[in-house]
Design a protein around this ligand. Structure first.
Ligand code: BTN
Length: 322
């Protein structure tokens, strides 16, 4: 009933009477009033005037699953979506759901994470204003092909940022998204697999959206869409835009549809290419120029003596980027 009332308030350009709401929805006026009160408690500003009714003045800046789903028509990613107020980590929550048998496509987002995780055992600052979410997928792929899904996800986020904000977002290989020389999004993919078959993957994505500043220790490395564009982002609409891009790109990748165009675009948007980089392979330090990507998305580094080395994971330091 809350959702129906909210939808009617959102679709009405002025006042709507309590009597009309109760008649259309088929509930008592007291029930309408109770739900209006609940919406106000959630942060909605609803004006009420005797003999005219209710008018929605302002929505809270909260992620709302119903609001996102109303504008979303995805085939896999986000066919089910839950927004939690607070959780240890959306990756951990997805792993618990996967262990309980949840199907492919579920997305869990949270306003706040108390134990947000980054790559290589780091923590991920999850203050309010960001979008933190994890996608559960059960792709029919061997474990060694999973890095491709993560690359596809990074590419999709990069395209969504460009599409929604017009900002010059780029990919720092393999899947950080940067604007200028600072990071705006990170991805942590975790997987459970048998030797030859993936059971599930949890693709965790953290985007700095409306942050105005960052703690001192990451202030030089991190940025947000607000800092770069100077405008507050409507997070529900932007979230829907990311899910749409993720659904399309990941579906193309998984169905093996020709990704040629996307691959070319990925290379164009990859800020790591043609830069001096430092990486490690089997414990050995590799230093040289990032000269290309293999068909599988691995990074090709040309060392100063001309030797080409293929790197497929780990931390790559790119000269000039955080
Ligand atoms: C990185 O760049 O180190 C990866 C950061 C990934 C952060 C996201 S936020 C949502 C999801 N839940 C987590 O605990 N981590 C990922």
């Amino acid at each position: 009933m809350r959702d129906q009332i909210l939808q009617m308030l959102e679709e009405t350009d002025g006042y709507i009477s309590g009597e009309h709401l109760s008649r259309v929805i088929g509930v008592s006026r007291t029930a309408v009033w109770k739900n209006i009160k609940q919406l106000r408690d959630e942060g909605y500003e609803i004006d009420s005037v005797t003999n005219r009714g209710y008018r929605l003045c302002k929505k809270p800046d909260l992620l709302q699953a119903e609001c996102i789903m109303r504008h979303l028509h995805t085939s896999v990613v986000g066919t089910r979506l839950e927004v939690l107020k607070s959780v240890d980590s959306t990756n951990e929550e997805i792993k618990r759901r996967a262990a309980a048998g949840e199907k492919s496509g579920l997305v869990i987002a949270a306003e706040q994470q108390t134990g947000g995780k980054g790559r290589l055992g780091r923590t991920w600052q999850s203050d309010s204003g960001g979008i933190y979410f994890t996608i559960l997928l059960r792709p029919e792929l061997p474990p060694n092909e999973i890095s491709g899904v993560t690359l596809a996800a990074g590419y999709a986020i990069c395209m969504a940022v460009r599409d929604y904000t017009g900002l010059d977002a780029r990919i720092k290989w393999p899947n950080d998204i940067i604007i200028g020389n600072r990071k705006v999004c990170g991805i942590l993919t975790e997987m459970t697999a048998q030797t030859d078959r993936v059971d599930y993957i949890a693709i965790g994505i953290g985007v700095n959206v409306n942050h105005r500043e960052f703690p001192e220790e990451i202030a030089q490395k991190a940025t947000s869409l607000y800092i770069e564009g100077g405008k507050v982002i409507e997070r529900n609409a932007f979230f829907a835009c990311m899910l749409k891009h993720l659904d399309e790109t990941i579906a193309e990748f998984l169905t093996g549809v020709e990704m040629h165009e996307n691959k070319i675009q990925f290379k164009t948007l990859c800020a790591t290419l043609n830069r001096h980089v430092t990486a490690s392979k089997s414990g050995k330090k590799i230093e040289g120029t990032a000269v290309g990507l293999t068909n599988e998305g691995e990074l090709i580094i040309e060392e100063d003596n001309g030797t080409r080395v293929i790197v497929n994971s780990g931390d790559v330091v790119v000269q000039g980027i955080y």
